[in-house]
Design a binder for this molecule. Structure first.
Ligand SMILES: [Zn+2]
Length: 372
């Protein structure tokens, strides 16, 4: 390690650490000391987390790593709580009054031996902080329970509190909240950032998950979750673009609620109608025609905002007005557009039975909706 480059923890012996992230500085309450001829990290206050790599993980919203080589999973996902090692190289910014100010530079996660490149991942530390900042700016798009936990973690990163055990637990809470949301492409205990970005709508690209046979040999539950995720990915076919085409074809470009047919303007294609998702794409990634509806713009808006409610009873599809939300609408034209959709959807406006909206998805969509 040269003077200008990144430093290993050993080269900073006898110094205390201050973390510097894009969000400010933070005391680590960790010092290196020499005990019986061995250099050790020494905790200097009761509130701290005793290992620099655990603090570094917490700052970057990574699950808790281990120090003990024997506990790594030898499988994928590489980053799994209590099953991976995290090597952190820090950049030394300055040394002053015996305190070293360091910035996280390179994070390497590993779930195998050091020579096992297949179980090694560069976690892109500086980029992670930029991603966290984008996530915080999009917090409103997250489900409430998830957003709350992300915000608690954010406060530890940007606020004055030390990165102690409560901060470490705040990462665990984010992981728990994601598990509770039952997001099919989130593997419990793995790095939560990709899943959060998908939920927040920052990206629509689902990262490649490991194959089920790559799961840690001793974790049948993770293998099972990977199998579920793989099935869902397969059923997506070629994904988003196909969803739109499938829905347009199945509904013959016609709004299921009112019968308005999208205009076909030579040179401009069809416009005026949308392929709408029943369960929101951002939360469920269900790009299958049975999670879709072709809707004209006003009815798409009313459906997404739960002003028009879809019901499926014994194969009969019906649209109802959510009077809880329409009481305040006095505009005749708006009410006219909404009422046009209300009633039983004629059979000829629906696709063939195997492509009709899934009653399960509809039920899930309105779970907990008052009066439904
Ligand atoms: Zn319509």
């Amino acid at each position: 390690m040269g003077e200008e480059g990144n430093y290993s923890a050993r080269s900073l012996r006898e110094h205390g650490f201050i973390w510097e992230t894009p969000f400010g500085t933070k005391e680590s309450e960790i010092a290196l000391s020499n005990q019986g001829g061995k250099w050790r990290l020494r905790i200097t206050a009761a509130s701290g987390v005793p290992h620099i790599h655990r603090q570094g993980a917490t700052l970057a919203l990574l699950p808790r790593p281990v120090r003990d080589e024997s506990r790594v999973s030898h499988g994928k996902p590489i980053v799994l709580e209590d099953r991976y090692l995290l090597d952190i190289q820090v950049g030394l910014l300055k040394v002053e009054d015996g305190m070293a100010t360091v910035t996280p530079a390179i994070y390497t996660g590993r779930s195998g031996t050091a020579a096992d490149l297949d179980h090694l991942v560069n976690l892109q530390a500086p980029d992670r902080f930029a991603r966290l900042e984008r996530l915080w700016a999009s917090m409103d798009a997250l489900p409430d329970r998830v957003a709350e936990t992300v915000d608690v973690h954010r406060q530890y990163v940007v606020g004055p509190d030390l990165i102690g055990l409560p901060a470490e637990r705040s990462v665990r809470a984010v992981v728990d909240a994601l598990e509770a949301e039952d997001v099919p492409w989130y593997i419990p205990g793995s790095d939560p950032l990709d899943a959060l970005e998908l939920l927040a709508g920052i990206t629509t690209v689902i990262p490649d998950l490991p194959l089920p046979n790559e799961a840690p040999p001793d974790s049948p539950e993770i293998r099972r979750r990977l199998e579920v995720a793989l099935r869902i990915t397969k059923s997506r076919g070629k994904g988003h673009a196909n969803f739109k085409k499938d829905v347009q074809r199945a509904y013959n470009f016609t709004c299921a609620f009112c019968g308005f047919k999208a205009l076909n303007v030579p040179g401009f294609g069809r416009f005026g109608n949308d392929a709408a998702h029943i369960l929101p794409w951002s939360q469920y990634d269900l790009d299958h025609v049975t999670n879709g509806l072709q809707l004209c713009r006003p009815h798409h808006w009313a459906f997404d905002n739960k002003i028009l409610l879809l019901r499926a009873d014994s194969g009969v599809y019906r649209v109802e007005l959510n009077t809880n939300l329409t009481d305040g609408i006095t505009d005749q034209a708006t009410m006219g557009l909404l009422l046009e959709a209300v009633g039983v959807i004629p059979d000829e406006r629906l696709p063939k039975p195997s492509e009709r909206p899934s009653p399960e998805f509809i039920e899930k969509l309105y779970e907990g909706l008052e009066g439904y």
